[in-house]
Design a protein. Structure first.
Length: 337
């Protein structure tokens, strides 16, 4: 299967050009422009974008200019993926750091970490925190709320939490988790899918206010220092404070989207939106191409690209996927230039 390059930060034009070169063989930028309905400059820029990441190579052409040939994805995709993840992770870490400072200021205000409020019990060190988490989880009766702002998870932490999560669900405890968008599923999709299958509700946010766990709306655990969770945590059981922390969780929950929606979200460019709109209205390929001023080949490549990104194999399934993900295809059509 041809990889979806837009998933890893490349432009839609580069993705379309790469797919064409893989399936049709080497071509010049002008040839690509004619075949795909792109401008020559747009086709050339897409080829240069692909060449910069090692996806294609240019070679001399008897027609003049350069003839572009696609490389196997196995030779460049890992580096493209890692580059994209590194950049996205760096942005997410900084964005979350700023959000955590603001969110944690509110937490400190509510809980009175300085000691002016009662109902606070310090837990010093990671071992003490893990032990107390196990005790509190074992005693939970109806609800477990958790917020995790980390843009990437520690595998050891996930391994430690997994059996506790599964035990809660087996006992009928409602489990709701709120995670950072870049952490959701990242390497732990199997565990996430298992939790969802057993009834857990999971949502994601680009910025999570604070790290906390709330047990049966009566006890909350918060890190002493969000920048260094190994220092320990503070246990809060003052009802008014716990209620305020629950309200913070609920406000963040209302802004979040479900993990399934996030994992499947695929942005559509204007051309793709126009094609999908006509497709869902039942128009034939010939009618769609005529309405939008596209070649039949460009139309088919675009539909195939959207299908691949959504992980579906038929146009019937494509319609269901678009509806499930809530794409707004109601705006009026405009003819593509």
């Amino acid at each position: 299967m041809i990889p979806v390059l837009t998933r890893w930060g490349l432009s839609a034009q580069a993705d379309l050009v790469y797919r064409t070169l893989v399936s049709q063989g080497p071509q010049t930028a002008s040839g690509l422009a004619v075949q795909l309905g792109l401008g020559v400059r747009a086709a050339r820029l897409a080829c240069e974008e692909l060449a910069a990441c090692g996806a294609v190579a240019g070679e001399s052409s008897s027609e003049g200019g350069r003839r572009w040939r696609a490389h196997s994805a196995s030779g460049f995709l890992d580096s493209v993926r890692q580059r994209h993840l590194n950049a996205a992770h760096a942005r997410a870490v900084e964005q979350q750091r700023r959000a955590s400072l603001a969110g944690y200021a509110r937490v400190r205000e509510l809980t009175g970490f300085a000691g002016e409020k009662t109902g606070l019990t310090p837990l010093h060190g990671g071992a003490a925190v893990r032990g107390r988490i196990a005790q509190l989880a074992a005693g939970e009766r109806f609800e477990h709320l958790a917020m995790a702002p980390e843009p990437i998870y520690d595998p050891a932490a996930v391994a430690a939490a997994a059996p506790l999560d599964l035990d809660l669900l087996a006992r009928g405890v409602r489990l709701r988790t709120l995670e950072h968008t870049t952490a959701a599923g990242g390497g732990f999709g199997e565990h996430t899918n298992e939790l969802a299958r057993l009834g857990a509700r999971q949502r994601v946010l680009a910025t999570v206010p604070a790290k906390m766990i709330i047990y049966d709306r009566r006890v909350a655990l918060l890190p002493m220092d969000p920048a260094n969770t190994q220092l320990g945590a503070v246990e809060v059981d003052e009802p008014v404070v716990v209620d305020a922390l629950v309200a913070m969780f609920e406000q963040a929950w209302d802004r979040a989207v479900s993990y399934g929606e996030h994992a499947g979200t695929t942005p559509l460019n204007p051309r793709e939106q126009a094609i999908m709109r006509l497709l869902l209205e039942g128009h034939t390929d010939a009618a769609m191409a005529r309405t939008l001023g596209l070649s039949a080949r460009t139309l088919q490549y675009t539909i195939r690209s959207v299908m691949d990104r959504l992980g579906v194999n038929t146009r019937f399934a494509l319609g269901h996927a678009l509806g499930r993900l809530g794409h707004d295809l109601s705006s009026p059509l405009g003819k593509e230039s």
